[in-house]
Design a protein around this ligand. Structure first.
Ligand code: GTR
Length: 327
C-alpha cells in the first residue's frame, strides 16, 4: 500500500469511530477512482454523488477521490475488503484477484459487439455476477462502459500476432490477460496503471493494452505511438460498495443507493460514447499509427485453445454470454 493510501485508510478509520452499526442519521463516504476528473467514469461517480446527496436530503454524502488518490486499484480493493474505503469504481479485470470467478471477464473475444456486451451485463448473467462481489464483502451496484481493449506498442506496429514476438506487454494485476498476451505470442508484465507511462518511456515494457479513452487520458500514446485495434477484450467497469457501509443505512436509503447507481450507468454510457469519438480524434491529430484489424481471425485463432479451457473453468459465464447473443 502506498503512503497516501495508508494515510487515507487511517484517516477513515478515525472518522468511522462513531458508527456502531444500524441506521445512521447521516454518513460521509469516500469513493475511490483511478482516473482524472474529466474522465467519463469520474464524471459518472460525481453525478452519482450529487444525485444521492440531493435525493437523500443530505443524509448521504459521497466524496469522490480521483487520480488514484486513495491508491492504485489493487490497493483500493484491499481497503474495500477491510471496509476502510466505502465505495470504489474499478475495472472488472482487477477484481479477479479477490473474487476469482470475476477473472471470466477477461476471456478474449467473449462478446461480439457493444450490444451483446450490454445485453449480458443488463441481463440475469450480469446481475448474478454483481452478487458474487459478496465474496469480498462488497455489493456490486452498477456497470460502466469501458469499450474494447486493444494493444499499443513502442517500436514497430503490431499487424498480426507474430509481431508480438519478443515484446513485453503490460497487463492489469489480477487478470487473465497475461495468458492472453502470451498466447498471442508476446510476454506479459503485470503492473499498476500508474507505472505504465514511465515504464513505456524507459523501455521496461514495449507496450500495453487498453481502450482509447485510457490510452489518451494517460498520454501513453505520446510514448507508445502504435495502436492496433485488435479488440481482444470488453471488460466492464464496476461501481461497488463495501457491505459494512451499506449496513449503516436504513432499507429505504439502501434502495436509493442502488437506484441512483443504476441510473448513473446511463449517464456514464452517454459520456463514454462521446469520449471514444474525441479520443479517436486526439490520436489522429497526434499522428498515432492506428492499425485497423478488420479481420480479427488471426488474433482469435491464436487464443482459441484458451477458449476451450475457459469454457470449462467459467462455464456459467460463457453460457450466460452465449444466451445474451440471442436477445
Ligand atoms: C482502464 C480502467 C482502469 C484501469 C486501467 C488499467 O481501462 O478504466 O480502471 O484498470 O484500464 O489498465 O489499469
Amino acid at each position: 500500500m502506498t503512503t497516501v493510501a495508508l494515510a487515507a485508510t487511517l484517516g477513515l478509520g478515525l472518522a468511522a469511530c462513531g458508527g456502531a452499526g444500524g441506521a445512521q442519521e447521516s454518513v460521509t463516504w469516500r469513493l475511490a477512482e483511478t482516473h482524472p476528473g474529466d474522465y467519463p467514469t469520474t464524471k459518472a461517480d460525481e453525478w452519482f454523488a450529487e444525485e444521492l446527496k440531493k435525493r437523500s436530503d443530505g443524509r448521504i454524502t459521497v466524496d469522490v477521490y480521483p487520480d488514484a488518490q486513495l491508491g492504485e486499484e489493487r490497493d483500493v480493493l484491499e481497503q474495500m475488503q477491510m471496509g476502510s474505503v466505502e465505495l470504489n469504481r474499478t475495472n472488472a479485470n482487477l477484481v479477479g484477484e479477490f473474487v476469482p470467478s470475476w477473472k471470466a471477464f477477461g476471456v478474449p473475444y467473449a462478446f461480439d459487439s457493444e450490444e451483446h456486451f450490454w445485453n449480458y451485463l443488463q441481463g440475469d448473467g450480469g446481475k448474478a455476477k454483481l452478487e458474487e462481489l459478496s465474496e469480498m464483502g462488497a455489493e456490486g451496484l452498477a456497470y460502466y462502459d469501458s469499450g474494447a481493449r486493444s494493444l499499443y506498442t513502442t517500436g514497430k506496429p503490431v499487424e498480426k500476432p507474430e509481431d508480438l514476438a519478443g515484446r513485453n506487454i503490460r497487463v492489469q494485476p489480477g487478470s487473465i490477460t497475461a495468458e492472453v498476451v502470451e498466447k498471442l505470442g508476446g510476454s506479459a508484465t503485470t503492473m499498476d496503471f500508474g507505472e505504465v507511462y514511465s515504464s513505456l518511456e524507459t523501455g521496461v515494457i514495449d507496450g500495453a493494452e487498453n481502450n482509447l479513452p485510457s490510452y489518451v487520458s494517460t498520454r501513453h500514446y505520446e510514448v507508445a505511438q502504435n495502436l492496433t485495434l485488435n479488440e481482444h477484450q470488453r471488460v466492464p467497469e464496476v461501481l461497488m460498495i463495501a457491505q459494512s457501509a451499506m449496513d449503516q443505512l436504513s432499507e429505504e436509503d439502501q434502495k436509493l443507493v442502488r437506484e441512483v447507481a443504476r441510473e448513473s450507468t446511463e449517464v456514464q454510457r452517454e459520456l463514454w460514447r462521446q469520449e471514444v469519438a474525441d479520443s479517436r480524434k486526439t490520436l489522429e491529430d497526434a499522428g498515432v499509427t492506428i492499425t485497423e484489424v478488420d479481420d480479427k481471425q488471426a488474433f482469435k485463432d491464436a487464443v482459441s485453445d484458451l477458449q476451450e479451457r475457459y469454457a470449462g473453468q467459467y462455464g456459467d459465464f460463457m453460457d450466460a454470454v452465449e444466451a445474451a447473443k440471442k436477445q
